[in-house]
Write a protein of this length. Sequence first.
Length: 440
Amino acid sequence: MNSLPLVTRRDALKGLGAAALGAPMVYRVHAAAPSETVRHASFGASGMAGADISSLASHKNLKLVAVAEVDESRVADVKKRFPDVRVYSDWRVLLDKEKDLDSVNVSTPDHMHAPIGMSAMLLGKHIYCQKPLTQTIFEARQMAKVAAEKKLITQMGIQIHSHPVHQTVVAVVNGGAIGKVKQVYSWSGKDWGDRANRPERMDPIPKTLDWNAWLGVAAERPFLAGYYHPGNWRKRLDFGTGTFGDMGCHILDPVFGACGFTSPVSIEADGDGPSNDSWGLSCHVKYVFPATKFAVDKCELHWYHGSSRPPAEIVALIGTRKLNDQGSIYIGEKGTLYSPYIAAPVLLPEENFKEFQMPKLAGANHYHQFVEAVRGNGQTSAPFSYAGPLTEMVLLGCLATRFPKTAIQFDTATLKVTGNEKAQDYVRKTYRKGWEVAGL
């Protein structure tokens, strides 16, 4: 059986950001005339935004002309690497002043993905947006809708989507190697949550930070040192989406594509519910999906994060192998596929697949794919028409964790939740007065 090498997420991102790996679609790259230069702006200057800037700007035809960053202490590196870049503290001012932009990347905390992204799209800007695409289901639906209406080039930052190991999983399942999928068990060992309530204190706001701008569409509250900015916002209900939103869009991406899932019939969670301010640490979410070309009717998808893992009888299917900290196990009518996160998939039982040849896929550079598509060469592989529904699926799981042991149903046509009236309140959120955005 052919195998693929073990690759860490850091290795994968480094490879995807540095140079094209050779895509299924081959792009024509040539010395560009000035008119072919993609004029680009970044919302965010450090952390994931810094990584996105580096990867996008590694394409010789992209020019970073502006960044928006609410924390002055986080712009030194981008200024050093791009001396001519114009820096704004307010993303709205950037969009107002920079009239000639072709594209943007939105690499901020989750709660600002949709407000900034939608504002840019309404101005006709092509957009690379980090995962999860949005923080609410309604926002995801609207982002996909506007992107389609305006015929914009879009790409969600699920970089591993373009990696050969993810593409291989989708190809093997779509090709019928394990028959139609009956169950999928996916998990992440991360625990982006907190059982404690919000501290009752108020800390001095750093002089470099525009706290009001950082809050953006979220309700006002005191600054708490180390509690929100720069990294722990992922844990907080008003700013992040917990472990599920952080890793679900990565790990469930190949599941979504391999099984061809649409909207689930029902979702139910058990485990930690959120505290008054933060996502839970450990949980299990069960989805049930209607039949697809690649999955049986009432196909079950089980998600686990934190300390939760699939049951022992499911783990036993991978034999003596050590269960990876993140990954998926697909159970089909004719066999099982074990997919450790960013490592070679394995077909089981091995004796049944001795003659099976894994497809040899080259992968693609997720970032350069976006730049080339903006230039008119090819198309992206994770446009909002794909990323929107994927994000909706993940966010339905996040929503379910708010109501443990309560089965809910979702009408995708009307964006209505049944089975729990309170759950409807989390499909859409109200933006802070003065921060409203058209279309949201």
